[in-house]
Ligand binder design. Structure first.
Ligand code: TYM
Length: 337
């Protein structure tokens, strides 16, 4: 039976790229009824790869939990849990690391780009090991649940190819335990920054104007879209190569309106000028995010209820993960209780 797994780092409130590239699909897949169990994880262990104040991490983890539920993930129908609440992720990470050639990790583009900015990190004694082995932990997440379908944005595709290679390698080395996970992308798999159309929208961009956060006020959403780069070509057309700014806004609009193709959005707006097009996009974003923002606020008003929801879900995740880990432990020759 198909089983869904995905994860998101607890960086506080998600940005629109997280939503359109991944979270929206978590909800669609949940509501489609086409899949068996769905596991959605707030990957707090991954978050430790970027040093952060422990109190901030804990707070941002709860904000992320609220945001995910506010987007439509139903903790009665999907298992929503904190990665660290399920120790088998760390156990499998170790077992997998012991069959992973370092060359596979050296090839990861995210790691290579970190290496290039290494000079900035000399002050802390070089790059951190956790960042290097990050893809192994991500593989452990997916393989522990024998997940078959992984809804993510484009920037995670290479990590999941790594997970498939590692699963194949494990299956050959020990026994055929793991199905190969398949990536599920949305049409808006790569939403670009609202300041620089050549970079993806990201939580870690120091400029808040570069992204829309799911809890931004209506005014702030409108301001950010008004300031987004466009071009001076008359009319509205969808052409990501030559009109990256306009096309990014059209992708956002089409995704929010559930239009299969941003070209369709362009046709509907063909006679508009940039300002009118931006107004239409901003209204679509405001309409989509206002209810999410309100639900998020209400969930955060009752932290003990939210905490209890996570704990209940974590017990369900542990049941599945522990059973799975017992089989893996047996396979590799560790005691299995
Ligand atoms: P993270 O937390 O960086 O991002 C969460 C999800 O949002 C997608 N995303 C985007 N999609 C489109 N456009 C953008 N600008 C954009 N920015 C982010 C990401 O592709 C991702 O799907 N390593 C993962 C978390 C993870 C995971 C896993 C995912 C850990 N274990 C197992 C799947 C399966 C990460 O850091 O995502």
């Amino acid at each position: 039976l198909a089983r869904v797994f995905s994860g998101i780092q607890p960086t506080g409130v998600p940005q629109l790229g997280n939503y359109l590239g991944s979270l929206k699909n978590w909800v669609t897949m949940q509501n489609s009824g086409q899949y068996g169990e769905l596991f959605y994880s707030i990957v707090d262990l991954h978050a430790l790869t970027v040093p952060r104040d422990p109190r901030v991490l804990r707070k941002e983890t709860m904000e992320m939990a609220a945001a995910i539920i506010a987007c439509g993930v139903d903790p009665q129908r999907s298992v929503l849990f904190r990665q660290s609440a399920v120790p088998a992720h760390s156990q499998l990470h170790w077992a997998l690391g012991c069959i992973t050639p370092t060359g596979w990790l050296n090839r990861m583009t995210q790691w290579k780009s970190k290496l290039q900015s290494q000079s900035e990190l000399q002050s802390q004694g070089g790059l951190l090991t956790g960042l290097f082995t990050y893809p192994i932990l991500m593989s452990a997440d997916v393989l522990l649940y024998r997940a078959t379908h992984i809804p993510v944005g484009e920037d995670q595709v290479q990590h999941l190819e790594f997970a498939r290679d590692l699963a194949t390698h494990f299956n050959k080395t020990y026994a055929h335990l793991f199905p190969l996970p398949q990536v599920i992308l949305t049409r808006s798999k790569r939403i670009m920054s609202l300041k620089d159309s050549s970079r993806k929208m990201s939580k870690s961009d120091p400029n808040d104007l570069s992204r829309i956060n799911l809890n931004d006020s209506d005014e702030s959403i409108r301001l950010k879209i008004r300031r987004a780069p466009t071009d001076s070509i008359p009319g509205i057309t969808f052409d990501p190569e030559s009109r990256p700014g306009v096309s990014n806004l059209l992708s956002i609009y089409a995704a929010l309106k559930d239009m299969p193709d941003p070209g369709e959005a362009a046709q509907a707006m063909a006679s508009m000028n940039n300002k009118q097009m931006k107004d239409a996009v901003a209204s679509a974003v405001v309409d989509a995010l206002a209810p999410i923002r309100d639900r998020m606020r209400r969930l955060l008003d009752d932290p003990s209820h939210l905490e209890q929801t996570l704990r209940d879900n974590e017990a369900r995740a542990r049941d599945v993960a522990e059973q799975s880990w017992r089989e893996i432990a047996q396979c590799v020759g560790l005691p299995h209780y």
